[in-house]
Design a protein around this ligand. Structure first.
Ligand code: 5GP
Length: 185
């Protein structure tokens, strides 16, 4: 349990269901804010600028870094850069909202240094086979992208012990219940 207001990092391997769990949590607890990241990845069908991500090009991302506007950033899966806008997170915290950063392992490590008070949760798959099944089921990646993501996932799973808490995502309901308890909602 935490005091109910603060920053929460939610990390975990690709396709573990971070997005689903965080979206459901936000829908049920309107006081919770989820940081909208900046990315150089092109939008997937249905993704909306400013809602799912802020979609920017490489030059714009460079400017954000140079201006000190990102709380953390990382190259994910060796392809595109993702980062957390600093000001939006600080404003959300100042307004008293529990604020979730859904970011990768590299980002979580940076936040551990730059914002050590943030509580760090690792969302884990019930098993390796289930992770592979979820990634295939999503159908958004081709075989090569999938192989890359699974390689990253293996490394990320090995880092679970670095986190304050490991929450297995067996069902969305069970994972949300554990997060609600941790965040103190
Ligand atoms: P996707 O391309 O599937 O939306 O996201 C790929 C990965 O990027 C996910 O593991 C997600 O957690 C991570 N990610 C999304 N936003 C950020 C961010 O702002 N910073 C970092 N470090 N990783 C992010």
């Amino acid at each position: 349990m935490t005091d109910g207001v603060g920053a929460f990092v939610i990390s975990g391997p690709t396709a573990v269901g971070k997005g689903t769990v965080v979206t459901a949590l936000k829908a049920r607890y309107p006081n919770v804010r989820v940081s909208v990241s900046v990315t150089t990845r092109p939008p997937r069908p249905g993704e909306v600028d400013g809602v799912h991500y802020w979609f920017v090009d490489d030059a714009e991302f460079d400017e954000l870094i140079a201006g000190g506007n990102l709380l953390e950033w990382a190259m994910v899966h060796g392809t595109h850069r993702y980062g957390t806008p600093r000001r939006a997170v600080l404003e959300s915290l100042a307004a008293g909202h529990p604020t979730i950063l859904e970011i990768d392992l590299q980002g979580a490590r940076q936040v551990r240094r730059s914002m050590p008070e943030a509580y760090q949760v690792f969302l884990a798959p019930p098993s390796w086979d289930e992770l592979v099944r979820r990634l295939r089921g999503r159908g958004t990646e081709d075989e090569e992208q999938m192989a890359t993501r699974l390689r990253t996932a293996r490394q990320e799973l090995a880092a679970a012990a670095e986190f304050d808490k490991v929450v297995p995502n067996i069902t969305v309901e069970q994972a949300i219940a554990e997060l609600v308890d941790l965040i103190g909602l």
